[in-house]
Design a protein around this ligand. Sequence first.
Ligand code: BEZ
Length: 211
Amino acid sequence: MTLQLGDIVPDFKQASSQGEISFHEWIGDSWVVLFSHPADYTPVCTTELGAVASLKPEFDKRKVKVIAVSVDNAESHKGWISDINETQNTTVNYPIIADEDRQVANLYGMIHPKSLNNLTVRTVFIIDPNKKLRLTLTYPASTGRNFAEILRVIDSLQLTDVHGVATPANWQDGDDCVVVPSISTEDARNKFPKGVTEVKPYLRMTPQPNK
Ligand code: BEZ
């Protein structure tokens, strides 16, 4: 069955470039970005894994662990990591799951045979510390992902989980936020002392509460 937002993500034990991973145990109490790519030693994937390695300090700052997956084996991953480090001028310092038997790919619905025969497509899963699925994205093999967007969503999730706000289109950390519909404008004015602007009765804006 397709994974849906809010589901507890499936647990698994699988080999990786950093040894066997018991996924729920590995998650611990962190946020997680799990992302799949079609295959090792492919050009777009090489740039993607390098980009994620370069952004690792940004993920760390947000208490997010990153983990990649493809259907190649751990020895292949290790050889490819050397190439990524050399060509992308970075150090891949997160595990790549070696999903040779497609256990993880099948559990998470990462194989889309009408798009890419028997290989994982480019999916992204954001998982919260309760192991609940909070975002899924699926990209075609020909399009490398924008990992700044993944960080932006994490900023939004971590903010909106705690404060009674949502984030508008193209929001970036520090921008004004939307007051959620379940809060009346009167209550919002008490809750958000920085002020509430009522553009329409259903569209109320407030400065980001935690800035
Ligand atoms: C790539 O990562 O470059 C790639 C992988 C599969 C199909 C197309 C491109």
